[in-house]
Design a protein around this ligand. Structure first.
Ligand SMILES: Nc1ncnc2c1ncn2[C@@H]1O[C@H](COP(=O)(O)OP(=O)(O)OP(=O)(O)O)[C@@H](O)[C@H]1O
Length: 259
């Protein structure tokens, strides 16, 4: 069951004294698609890692709506595939680690590969795939466990614009079918507006939420939305918040006498 996620008063101070997050508050509805944007170093990955349970918060609270931690999957910027393994074996990895017998795992593996459009490449090795295809394998590997929540940390940042655009559309159509909760970290304003129901803007030092822009547009979204005046307005709105967030960081770096 897809849960709501509530982050309350989250603080994170790293061992070296860096205050990565201060009083981060965020509520994410069940099956919502939200993006986190913000200047480099504002704590987006830190927040995502805390939600994933990969990093600990210093204080604060993380609550799951249904009272128990749902099934989570994490997609990183790097596809991080095993070079010696085929597409099929790479996708099966989480099930192998969970000690699921191969015969039982294969149906889920084949389904996941089909969902990302990689039928016919099951026996290929990562070196034989383009960057976009490697990312599809990475997404298939995340989907194979049938997650409730998908955490994506700049998954398409290293891809060319055409490939990114195609993967954006395919990700949205998968989300339309499967309705996981998605938290998507990106530096790309256009991508965040195209994909999300909400774009949450963070400012750094300390990392916190400074704006929450609702993208009130129906799904499915397509090229018509991408070229619409509304899309342009949303992008400008997010961009303005982002510029303000960046300025706050830059101000802080100026010598005190100039402030
Ligand atoms: N393990 C760590 N130890 C110390 N400081 C860290 C550690 N990880 C991150 N930081 C610092 O915490 C702050 C937030 O980092 P984080 O990676 O969460 O930001 P981000 O918004 O995801 O950045 P980017 O957009 O560049 O990926 C930064 O100042 C970073 O240098």
């Amino acid at each position: 069951m897809t849960p709501t996620i509530t982050l309350s008063h989250i603080n994170k101070v790293y061992a070296n004294g860096t205050i990565a997050l201060q009083d981060l508050n965020l509520e994410i509805g069940a099956s919502q698609f939200i993006s986190l944007v913000g200047p480099s170093g504002c704590g987006k990955s830190t927040a995502l890692r805390i939600i994933a349970g990969l990093g600990q918060m210093s204080s604060g609270q993380l609550e799951w709506g249904q009272g128990q931690t749902p099934k989570l999957a994490y997609v990183f910027q790097e596809a991080a595939l095993m070079p010696w393994a085929t597409v099929r074996d790479n996708v099966r990895l989480p099930l192998t680690l969970a000690k699921m017998p191969k015969r039982e795992a294969m149906a889920a593996v084949e389904e996941s590969i089909a969902r990302v459009g990689l039928q016919g490449f099951e026996k290929s090795y990562p070196r034989e795939l383009s960057g976009g295809m490697k990312m599809r394998v990475s997404i298939a590997r995340a989907l194979v466990t049938k997650p409730d929540v998908l955490l994506m940390d700049e998954p398409f940042a290293a891809l060319d614009e055409m490939t990114r655009s195609r993967l954006n559309s395919d990700l949205l159509s998968l989300w339309n079918q499967l309705r996981w909760t998605v938290i998507f970290v990106t530096h790309n304003i256009y991508e965040s507006v195209y994909l999300s129901q909400r774009v949450v803007v963070m400012a750094d030092r300390p990392g916190r939420v400074v704006a929450d822009v609702i993208i009130d547009e129906p799904y499915p979204r397509n090229e018509e939305f991408r070229t619409s005046i509304d899309y342009n307005h949303y992008c400008r709105d997010v961009s303005r918040h982002l510029a303000e967030a960046s300025l706050k960081g830059a101000d802080r770096d100026l010598p005190i006498a100039t402030l």
